[in-house]
Ligand binder design. Structure first.
Ligand SMILES: Nc1nc2c(c(=O)[nH]1)N[C@H]1C(S)=C(S)[C@@H](COP(=O)(O)OP(=O)(O)OC[C@H]3O[C@@H](n4cnc5c(=O)[nH]c(N)nc54)[C@H](O)[C@@H]3O)O[C@H]1N2
Ligand SMILES: Nc1nc2c(c(=O)[nH]1)N[C@H]1C(S)=C(S)[C@@H](COP(=O)(O)OP(=O)(O)OC[C@H]3O[C@@H](n4cnc5c(=O)[nH]c(N)nc54)[C@H](O)[C@@H]3O)O[C@H]1N2
Ligand code: SF4
Ligand SMILES: [Mo]
Length: 748
């Protein structure tokens, strides 16, 4: 029996796996010891990937009928009609009214690298994806502070600080659980968790700071204030690399530590102990996530988190926080290209890292503003379910002139589409992600197909869909010159390609598809989809030649890029493509003066505004609902088949014992959760991990799936029936899903 190397597609860790097939079933799955990042580790969720592979799938292109149903069409018809209708929207209203959403999920970014061609060819200018509902606030402050983004090196740190993150369940760095256990067990290391819930991670932490939900800004301000007021700063580091210390010191000097600890309901002694431990450590790595990014003061929280590790000099070294080498520009920062401020066309919201805030998509459609979005291409994403305020999102999708969805399953969004374009699963095609966030060794994994698409199905991988759309729109230039150059070899091709894209903007616009149609067919084993990686490999090699050579890839100039690309193609288990040397990460500070800018005046203003204290709760909605917790039984919406869940099958509402008593809730019985936006029902789980006043629903429930008789069954509560798109961060527009005012009652 053959073990096929691949990767898990359920979270950004993308652990290497090996799969044994039984016919078309993913019969056995184990961690791949040869994978350079995960080294054999997986969590329990990977073992059930057959529910993704063999769940109810799309099998044919679909076109909406006048009666509102769908009919099968061939690819020729689907491509021709989608191309024609996109061009009609462009001609009538301008290409910038065509909006792109998605482009890749937890496991698949290769397809999205071709979508840019389709969109640029149409003159589209606006796009978004899930990063614009979680990470853009962090990206924005990080870019302004050090012209890049940074990720905590949790594996090598002395002190690990998790802020609003439960990595025991959500992972997010290699070998999360063994790494957490190693830190917790080692008396010389320290695990600090900031989370209102006593999570699995908090349970093993050395220090668990447990703020009232939504008071992180006060707690983080207090932590930073202790550093300043007790003079625990790394003065040598700051003098060498940073500006703006005086302004930051002044603002933090004013913070009344005791009073802010009281707002957060965290003992002041614990806060001081945590701050002192952070300051004393040789290395501190910080990982913040949705718990602070999706609660009140989202962007301010990210700023204060950055200050914690910058003020203590925990930057650019092993075990600290480092700007990674990205294989592809998944995140746009000034390190790559100076970021100029852009705004979305209707609501005028800030575009960060090239992304319109997800929360304004509906209002940029549901308006008579002339610049409103008229058509939408959704790829590998389910905005009708995952964006705030699902009822309004549905209304917005309904209002479009054209909605095209590329997916593997009949999602809530696909159901509303004019055309549904089905792709092979991630185990039936070449795939990769661009989550190359680790330092000092940075990994990339180009995965090979493990099996063919289902017999009788009619699917096209995303690169082929985009190539055909470009061809049908007539935007693909003549490629004979490039093909002739390629016949002479890759070096000649590289020269001809660079010349062509420099000389011809139309060629540059569709460059990924050009590569796919020229270089693609010459790549080994049917790996045409890897063609876009060729350009990226050259860019990585040109910018980071020493790091690439340290990864064992030899060569100079363009030859190094070719060797890197060949190494990627030849590494079915993944490879380290770049290895940092001490000091490298500091050279990736991308601000114009290559200095760290600690003082952001607008954020310091928000810090000062905390003196006003928190807003009072609305007596009609006395509870705080966290709408979207990660559990062992959730995997975004990648597993639609509810049968994958052995535990927590319906995605329970978690409530504290005190609230259960106060509201008459019984474990295993139903409760109704009501917010200003709507109501859902869920099964009650009483959990002492929650504080009174804090209730929690899981992420990724409420998906429709055909039952045994083919009838649609919805399992669990869809969280975004309860959320509002106006409830968002003032800077980045990110949703505040962890802090939804709510009430709850028993359902008889
Ligand atoms: N099992 C599983 N893993 C996943 C996913 C999944 O669906 N399932 N999804 C992946 C994705 S897309 C992402 S973005 C990550 C997200 O990963 P995480 O951010 O770790 O996941 P969450 O459980 O949403 O939120 C983390 C914590 O925030 C806490 N929290 C709630 N309110 C507050 C607050 O006011 N302050 C603070 N400090 N904390 C608060 C919650 O108690 C929770 O423990 O997970 C990834 N991994
Ligand atoms: N209330 C609330 N809302 C949330 C969150 C929350 O915590 N609370 N979390 C938010 C976060 S952090 C995230 S990341 C988003 C996630 O939400 P989305 O960005 O919508 O993405 P996923 O749920 O990961 O779904 C990915 C889609 O890709 C499809 N797919 C799988 N494989 C392929 C493939 O090979 N090709 C194509 N074309 N499609 C494929 C799947 O069928 C699925 O429809 O949800 C967000 N929404
Ligand atoms: S869900 Fe995440 S941590 Fe678990 S096996 Fe998959 S990629 Fe690894
Ligand atoms: Mo996410």
């Amino acid at each position: 029996m053959t073990w096929h190397p691949s990767a898990c597609v359920l979270c950004a860790s993308n652990c290497g796996i090996e799969i044994q097939l039984d016919g078309r079933r993913l019969a056995r799955i184990r961690g791949d010891k040869e994978h350079p990042g995960s080294q054999g580790y997986t969590c329990e969720k990977a073992l059930r990937l057959d529910h993704y592979q063999n769940g109810a799938r799309l099998t044919h292109p679909l076109r909406r009928t006048p009666g509102g149903g769908f009919e099968r069409v061939g690819w020729d018809v689907a491509i021709a009609e989608v191309a024609r209708r996109l061009l009609e929207v462009r001609d009538a209203h301008g290409g910038e009214t065509i909006f792109y959403y998605g482009g890749g999920g937890q496991g698949n970014h290769l397809g999205g690298s071709y979508a840019g061609a389709t969109m640029r060819a149409l003159g589209a200018r606006y796009r978004s994806n899930a990063l614009a509902q979680e990470k853009t606030g962090l990206f924005w402050v990080s870019d302004r502070m050090f012209g890049n983004v940074a990720f905590g090196d949790m594996e090598h740190c002395e002190v690990a600080l998790f802020v609003g993150k439960n990595p025991w369940q959500s992972h997010g760095f290699p070998r999360a659980r063994p790494t957490l256990r190693e830190i917790a067990r080692d008396p010389g290391r320290c695990l600090i968790v900031i989370d209102p819930r006593r999570t699995e991670t908090a349970e093993i932490a050395d220090i668990h700071l447990r703020p009232r939900p939504g008071t992180d800004a006060w707690l983080l301000a207090a932590l930073n204030a202790v550093l300043v007021q007790e003079d625990l700063l790394d003065h040598a580091f700051l003098a060498a690399h940073a500006e703006g210390l005086d302004e930051v010191r002044a603002a933090l000097g004013e913070v009344p530590v005791a009073a802010y600890c009281e707002v957060a309901a965290v003992p002041e002694a614990e806060v001081r102990r945590a701050a002192r431990r952070i300051a004393a450590a040789e290395s501190v790595a910080v990982h913040e996530d949705l718990g602070v990014q999706m609660t009140l003061h989202s962007t301010l929280n990210s700023y204060l988190d950055n200050l914690l590790w910058l003020l203590t000099g925990n930057f650019g070294r092993l075990g600290t926080n480092n700007p990674p080498i990205l294989f592809a520009p998944l995140i746009q920062t000034s390190y790559d290209r100076p970021q100029r401020e852009r705004r979305s066309p209707v609501s005028g919201e800030r575009i960060i890292s090239g992304l319109v805030p997800s929360n304004v998509v509906a209002e940029e459609i549901l308006t008579d503003h002339p610049a409103r979005y008229r058509a939408m291409l959704v790829e590998s994403s389910n905005p009708a379910h995952s964006l705030a305020d699902s009822p309004r999102m549905r209304q917005a999708l309904e209002a479009l002139d054209l909605l095209v969805v590329i997916d593997v399953a009949m999602t809530e969004t696909a159901r509303m589409a004019d055309y549904v374009l089905p792709a092979p699963s991630q185990f039936e095609k070449w795939e990769a992600t661009y989550f190359t966030f680790e330092t000092p060794a940075n990994h990339f994994h180009l995965r090979r197909p493990v099996l063919d698409p289902p017999p009788g199905s009619d699917l096209l991988p995303e690169p082929e869909i985009h190539a055909r759309l470009c061809e049908a729109m007539g935007v693909l230039p003549d490629l004979t010159g490039l093909r002739a150059a390629l016949a002479e070899g890759r070096a000649a091709f590289a020269e001809a390609f660079l010349k062509a894209v420099a000389a011809d903007p139309a060629m540059a616009a569709v460059a990924p598809v050009v590569l796919y149609r020229t270089l693609g067919p010459t790549l080994p084993g049917g790996s045409a989809a890897a063609a876009s990686l060729w350009a990226q490999a050259h860019q990585v090699a040109a910018r980071h030649p020493d790091a690439v050579r340290r990864a064992g890839i030899a060569g100079e100039g363009p030859e190094l890029g070719e060797r890197l690309f060949d190494a990627v193609l030849a590494a079915p288990h993944g490879l380290a493509f770049a290895v940092d040397a001490p000091g490298d990460a500091l050279r990736r500070i991308g601000t114009p003066d290559r200095r760290i800018h600690l003082a952001l005046p607008d954020l310091l203003g928000s810090l000062r505004d905390l003196a006003r204290g928190p807003d009072a709760a609305d007596p009609d909605f006395p509870l705080v609902l966290s709408a979207g917790e990660r559990r062992t039984s959730t995997a975004n919406t990648l597993y639609r088949d509810p049968a994958w869940r052995r535990r927590d099958t319906e995605g329970a509402l978690r409530v504290s014992p005190e609230d259960a008593a106060a509201f008459g809730l019984t474990p295993g019985r139903r409760a109704r959760i009501t917010t200003r936006r709507g109501s859902v029902e869920a099964t009650v789980e009483v959990s002492a991990t929650l504080s009174p006043g804090h209730i929690s629903l899981p992420n990724g429930l409420g998906l429709g799936y055909p039952d045994d008789r083919g009838e649609e069954l919805v399992t669990g509560a869809p969280p975004n029936e309860l959320t509002s798109s106006a409830h968002r961060d003032p800077y980045a527009g990110t949703p505040l899903h962890k802090h939804i005012p709510a009430r709850v009652e028993a359902v008889s």
